[in-house]
Design a protein around this ligand. Sequence first.
Ligand code: NAP
Ligand code: COA
Length: 275
Amino acid sequence: MAPWDYTGRNVLVVGGTSGINRGIAEAFAAAGARVAVASRSQEKVDDTIAALQALGAESMGFCADVRDAEVVRLGVQSVHESWGELDVVVSGAAGNFPAMATGMSVNAFKSVVDIDLLGSFHVAQAVYPFLRKPGGSLIHISAPQAHIAMPGQSHVCAAKAGVDMLTRTLALEWGAEGIRVNSVLPGPIDGTEGMQRLAPKEHHRQAVAQSVPLGRLGQPEDIARACLFLASEQAAYIAGVVLPVDGGWSLGGAAATGAALGAMLNSNSPKSKEK
Ligand code: NAP
Ligand code: COA
């Protein structure tokens, strides 16, 4: 991948063991960085470390559920003890499932808010003491749902809107110390868990692809390239932005996809089956 050189830089990708975030971890590794990853599954952490090492990167990782602030803090501390100050943190642990607001339990709503929003706060607080000052970069992986209401996504819409306001607030609070905080909002990314959950069948996938102005689903590399740029000195004056990387999907297609998701959930609902 293109011209980025992160040799000697320390990168942590939280939720970096699959999908989009793993693509980001691999891109930083390929660009020469030391890359640490964290998620709940030890197996996924081990597998990702091996893959990053196969790319020639120094790599480590830790197991943490981002809902547990203390476990996150200890994990981040262990990376700092091994490598020193963090140059880049990508914070993208998240959960999603399609469910109408009236069709999910309070705990279902809470679990997504706790992972996406509270978890992002836990990560931000844990990394703050160890981010390079000046020069550190924190990137939140948000979603178009932060700004585009979608049926079946009340939990994600609420949580990711919070994540983007966390980005903007931290950019204000930490800017004076030379830490830049930004959000990246991936569009529909092919082959990922998130895409599989919202567009489970091939015809759903094709409809989503057609709703993207650029005419295709995204690839993890599309998101990774945006992160490589945002974390670099080329983006030294960019702070507090909420950047869609979605082929223009958020201009209209995302709302159409949301409507289709709502129709799918309604047609599967017990009430609709009674009719
Ligand atoms: P994914 O493969 O399911 O990745 C989620 C990652 O987060 C995994 O590494 C997972 O590992 C980790 N994780 C989940 N819950 C966690 C928790 N409680 N504590 C710590 N780690 C946790 O999903 P993806 O589809 O690639 O999505 C990645 C990011 O992109 C998310 O922030 C998502 O909201 C955003 N996004 C995705 C799309 C898309 O098209 N896929 C579109 C817009 C935004 P463990 O299971 O080991 O914990
Ligand atoms: N529809 C409605 N409710 C659902 C649901 C669905 N499809 N899936 C889970 N829930 C509910 C559960 O029933 C539970 O509520 P309850 O206690 O009232 O029964 C609540 O959500 C929590 O579920 P649980 O499985 O205990 O949570 P968890 O902490 O083990 O997992 C999730 C969190 C639910 C978000 C899980 O899907 C996950 O781990 N996702 C990570 C991967 C992912 O979502 N990737 C996509 C990209 S973000």
